[in-house]
Write a protein that binds this ligand. Sequence first.
Ligand code: 4AD
Ligand code: MG
Length: 461
Amino acid sequence: MTGRKRIRQVLAQGRGGDEYTVAGWVRSVRAGKGVAFVVLNDGSCLSGIQIVVEQQLPAFQEVSRLGTGSSLAVTGTLVESPAAGQRFELAAASVTIYQDATPDYPLQKKRHSFEYLRTIAHLRPRTNTFGALFRVRSFLAQAIHQFFAEEGFLCVHTPIITANDCEGAGELFRVTTLDPAAPPGGAREVDFSADFFGRPTSLTVSGQLEGELFALAFSDIYTFGPTFRAENSNTPRHAAEFWMIEPEMAFADLAADAALAEKFFRYLCHRVLEECGEDLEFFNTHMDTGLIQRLQKVAGTRFQIMEYGEAIRELQRAKVPFVYPVAWGVDLQTEHERYLSEQVADGPLFVINYPREIKAFYMRQNDDGRTVAAMDLLVPKVGEIIGGSQREERSDLLKERMAQMGIPSEGLWWYLDSRRWGSCPHAGFGLGFERLIMYLTGMENIRDVIPFPRTPRHAEF
Ligand code: 4AD
Ligand code: MG
């Protein structure tokens, strides 16, 4: 539409007395004596703009009866509003109704449960909560690219379809064009040489291995893309499809890795506070009072670092009944991660140098013979939000570890090559984008921070 302005722009920069055209979806209609008030929202900001339609306008009758969710465009004069809570309203001169929404439009009530809204994921972006959420998500995606651009990192698009299992956890979604009912070679011994890529392939669980190859050419790189894990866990923190930010730095050790993670994380807290004010206020009021204060504190504080062994001792000393028992060698569960960041550190906490038995094959072995140079960043409410490590750059030790863990080296010959010519210390990490959004908004379920969540048995929209 020619000359249409976004409501955000009109409310923030509009001048009283000037004429504007806006378009959007009706949030509410209130018909009074000879005048109708319509709140119109176009998603550009949390607030809608109040449209005032006087009865002499030809559209008056029709506007007065419009249903919530109807789509329209309005041209009118911006005037100071006598109503509380808004500076301006738009005195309509002409109204174009695109579609009058029928009364069965599901978003009539002010508040619906998140569970219900998940069943109408095609409509929930039109609610206040999801409007605020997806504006914050969009802002963060751009802030992440901006951070790495400012730091001089190369952006690399690692492949979505791969033939490796980076994390070695076997949580792969197969990619194939073979007919599942009649695979070549028979169901017992499928002949993958007849498959599209001539080998078994799957959706990537991480862009790290390819990222390492690029770090060994461009020094500092990052990848930011979707990752997939066929992990059959129904928790508020796990999705089968999620986005990950994975930087990788050559000539860097674990300390440099943690320093980058901290700078990055605090930068994002700072930027979201600075630029998503209205939406954050909304989350602070409705979702998590104390959110803004917490983010302000995190943006301005150094993160603590704790050895895994010390973390285990803290948990053993804790006077809370954990569901999962604690001993040196166990992987930390969400309840442990939350206890450490909430009760012990009272903020973000790096736990470093985990037992090698519970970590991936590529992590650098420490001299003690039993731990690896790993780091997890744990935060209140969410638990693990970042996982990273210094990588094993010594060819012989890497091969030995792969053999011990039963990881076939044939498919990873190219990865092993990176340790043959010009290998060097390097390190990186992965930040789960959805967990970041949960942390920054106070939303408690991963299904509510991604447009169309993929979890076991859910892929409808
Ligand atoms: O700890 P993870 O598995 O580490 C890696 O994938 C490494 N290759 C990263 C690297 O060093 N480049 O995953 C990293 C982060 C986790 O800390 C978590 O925030 C997120 O990814 N994550 C998930 N988020 C949502 N749903 C899931 N199923 C997730 N699994 C991991
Ligand atoms: Mg991890």
